[in-house]
Design a protein around this ligand. Structure first.
Ligand SMILES: NC(=O)c1ccc[n+]([C@@H]2O[C@H](COP(=O)([O-])OP(=O)(O)OC[C@H]3O[C@@H](n4cnc5c(N)ncnc54)[C@H](OP(=O)(O)O)[C@@H]3O)[C@@H](O)[C@H]2O)c1
Length: 252
């Protein structure tokens, strides 16, 4: 598969999105980088490794009309988006003993609503062109419930289901959809996790795995492999085995 020439990445101001933006820029793509923090995006665009190929497009993914306007501006300035990596996301731990619905509102608004807004902005254009590739960044936390992840995991489970469902409609019109399920990657997001993170990956390795995975033909891109496959298998177990095993692995 030939590498994409024009890439839009949301959540590009830090962590996985930032590393993926630099990786695509180094590979010669024109990269549109979005997040709320204009200052962090400007710093990214000025990185020598970006070779002046990253342009900042600050936007809050929860704002649907702003996301639509951003995609339109990117296409007017850079040309048709060939690959959209819908990666913006946030995490807040949930303690069910101090249940707070506001956390769910926030995470559903960004992780799920923000991704839906990204799809709303790019899909009509790609469907019309009968070309394009969208990558939805979910998580292994969407495979099954994990400690403190009631809100985060629910958004990621929803994204997995959403990506699977979209594939049926998009395949026949030539628009490719990929599902990205990372394991644990060291970023500002996971720095907040109070539990042990097995098989923790460095962000540049995760970006390499993501870009390599999207260049392949499969639907799901998950990494690190051994851990994500173990999580898949654990989620097939009966619950009487699932709960004690997850408790042991996460040392919850
Ligand atoms: N790290 C992991 O172990 C891991 C594992 C599985 C999945 N993931 C997923 O990978 C994605 C990236 O996570 P990360 O670990 O790289 O976290 P991160 O370093 O915290 O990056 C999150 C990115 O999302 C952006 N963002 C957050 N809210 C936004 C909003 N309302 N509008 C626009 N951008 C917004 C942030 O930028 P601003 O704050 O500037 O807006 C930032 O660029 C997330 O979807 C996360 O759920 C991460």
């Amino acid at each position: 598969m030939s590498p994409p020439g024009r890439v839009w990445i949301t959540g590009a101001s830090s962590g996985i999105g930032r590393a993926v933006a630099l990786r695509y820029a180094r590979d010669g793509a024109a990269v549109a980088a979005s997040a709320r923090s204009a200052a962090a995006l400007a710093t990214l665009a000025a990185e020598p490794a970006a070779g002046a190929r990253i342009r900042p497009y600050p936007v809050d993914v929860a704002d649907r009309s702003a996301v639509r306007a951003t995609a339109a501006r990117i296409e007017a300035e850079l040309g048709p988006i060939e690959l959209a990596v819908l990666n913006a996301g946030s995490h807040e731990p949930v303690d069910a003993r101090r249940f707070d619905a506001a956390v769910f509102d926030r995470l559903f608004g960004v992780n799920l609503g923000g991704t839906v807004n990204g799809l709303d902005a790019v899909l009509p254009r790609m469907v019309e062109r009968r070309a394009g590739h969208v990558a939805i960044v979910a998580s292994v936390a969407g495979y099954g419930g994990l400690p403190t992840a009631a809100a985060y995991g629910a958004t990621k489970a929803a994204l997995i289901n959403l990506a699977e469902a979209l594939k049926f409609d998009l395949d026949p019109v030539g628009v490719r959809i990929s599902l990205v399920n990372p394991g644990f990657v060291r970023t500002p997001l996971t720095d907040r996790n109070p539990f042990h993170m097995p098989a923790l990956m460095e962000v540049d390795d995760a970006a390499d795995a993501l870009v390599r995975g999207l260049a392949g033909g499969g639907f799901e891109v998950s990494f690190p492999h051994r851990f994500t496959w173990a999580m898949k298998l654990i989620n097939l177990l009966p619950y009487r085995l699932y709960f004690p095993l997850v408790k042991r692995i996460t040392r919850a």
